[in-house]
Structure formats: C-alpha cells, structure tokens
Design a protein around this ligand. Structure first.
Ligand SMILES: [Zn+2]
Length: 289
C-alpha cells in the first residue's frame, strides 16, 4: 500500500465524523487541515490534538474573508505560532468576496508571518496568477510556499517554477475539463509536487458531486502518474517525502525517522537548485531569483 499525504483537507468543514474519514483513508499517512478563519483554525488545532499521529494543522484567513483580517489577526497569530503552516491565505479574484485591497493586505501579512515564524505558507490562487506571482517575486518565495489546488497551465506553471515554490494538485487534474491543469502539471517536476483533496470540495473523478474525503487523494496521485508516465507508487513516494519535509510530519520519511527541526527543514534542499536558492533566501523584499 502506498502512503500519501493529503496536504489540504478541511476535515473541520465536513459534517461527517473526522475520525471516520481518517479511518477509511487507510493509505493516507497524514492530512494537513488548514483553517479559513479564526474559528476553523481553532477547530483544526483541536483535530490535530485529537489525532497527533495523522493530523497537522494550519492557521489563517481565507481570501474570501480577508476583510476580517484586522479583527482576527491578534487571535490568529498565536495559533499560527503553534501550527505546522500558515494558511490558507491568497487571492481570489474570481469570486471577489472580499475587496481586492483587503485580500492583498491580508495575503502580504500572512506571507510576512510565514517568513517571521519560519513556516510554510499555503496559498489559494484563483484568477489572480499575476498578482500572486508579483507578491511572491517581490517578497520572496521557495519550497515553503505551497500553491494549493494548482490549476495553472504550462505558462504560469513555468513562471512559478522559477520562484522555487511547491505545487499542490487536487481533483481538477482528474476532471474531463482538466486539460489545462494536466498540461500545467506536465511541466512541474514530480519532486516539486504535492497532492491534496481540498475535502469536502472538488471530489475527483469518479466521485464528482459527492463530498470529498482524504481517501480520494490516491485518485489525484494516479492522475498525476498518468501525466508524468510514472508509477503511482513513485508519485506517492516523492509527494509524501516533500510533504513530510515541508510540514514536519513525523513517521512520514522514507526511513520512518522523525524529520528535522523546522528551520533545517525549510532551509534544507527540497527538489531542484532553484528551490534550494529560494529556501535560503526568505528575507522579505528579496527576490530569490
Ligand atoms: Zn482550502
């Protein structure tokens, strides 16, 4: 059985019992549960404390709610301190549920906190490739920046590759309409990729229309294996190893040994040279290129 890491799984937003969803995801070693606001970041922390062997959590404010950043910031920051990652944050210029200026302010603040706290940053990017790219290019990026539910085509994938970021793929890579996503994935080296479900959203084929769950993450990995012409087992090995290093997941590395401390983890080589350069240069205002 392969061992996957579902790097983006909102177990706390699902009406079903999280323990049950974890129980039937037998081939999923770990899940990362990101918050979308203060309450759901707290709920994610509770899940991580209930299932410390399998659940890591992230704290942050989703771009849909960016307008609440100044209200929630003070209470979110201590949670971020405890979390394995910062997020999810980012820009969503498709739904524009918060004003663009508020989204930008919140995203840049999350980026700054990720740098200051030396933690991975989970980035939601919808209809805002250029704007997300510009922030990362100006303020710094590296493997510690995780582009969640990556749907960019080959052109944007290549540009973001140059920033040294990590690409997390989700259900759209399995969709019949997912040609652009698959062509984008084709230019991403497998050792720069992660897999996720984005539970309870975006269930992969053949579960579209159903609530998603971590057990489905293998379907995303198998779709990537077809794109890259490789074994699903090799995709599991590469993506799990990258996720374990980034999020500091215990018992996930190839030899089963605990992972390195946070600082070493983020600064140690992950993937290619560009990624290492990015990892070594996280000072705000410095472009890693
Ligand atoms: Zn999400």
């Amino acid at each position: 059985m392969f061992r996957w890491v579902d790097t983006h799984c909102h177990l706390q937003l699902d009406g079903r019992e999280p323990a049950l969803l974890l129980e039937r995801a037998r081939d999923v070693r770990h899940v990362v549960v990101p918050g979308i606001d203060l309450a759901t970041s707290r709920a994610a922390r509770v899940l991580a404390s209930l299932h410390p062997e399998r659940v890591a959590f992230a704290a942050g404010l989703h771009p849909h709610d960016s307008a609440r950043w100044s209200d929630q910031r003070r209470e979110l920051v201590p949670l971020m301190n405890e979390a394995s990652a910062i997020g999810e944050t980012g820009l969503d210029f498709y739904r524009n549920l918060s004003p663009r200026s508020a989204q930008m302010e919140s995203f840049v603040s999350h980026h700054r906190l990720a740098v200051d706290l030396d933690k991975p940053l989970i980035v939601h990017c919808r209809d805002a490739f250029r704007e997300v790219y510009d922030v990362l290019d100006r303020k710094g990026a590296g493997p510690w920046v995780v582009l969640h539910c990556w749907t960019g085509g080959p052109r944007w994938s290549r540009r973001f590759l140059d920033l040294g970021v990590s690409f997390s793929f989700a259900g759209p890579v399995t969709f019949e309409t997912g040609d652009t996503v698959r062509r984008g994935a084709a230019v991403v080296p497998p050792d720069r990729a992660l897999v996720e479900t984005d539970t309870p959203y975006l269930a992969p084929v053949p579960h579209r229309g159903e609530p998603n769950e971590p057990a489905n993450v293998a379907l995303v990995g198998q779709a990537l294996a077809r794109v890259w012409g490789m074994d699903a087992g090799e995709v599991a090995r590469l993506t799990t190893s990258r996720a374990a290093k980034l999020f500091g997941l215990r018992g996930c590395t190839d030899n089963g040994s605990p992972t390195a401390p946070v600082g070493d983890r983020i600064r140690s080589p992950v993937g290619e040279t560009a990624a290492v350069e990015g990892a070594n240069d996280r000072r705000p205002g410095c472009s890693p290129k």
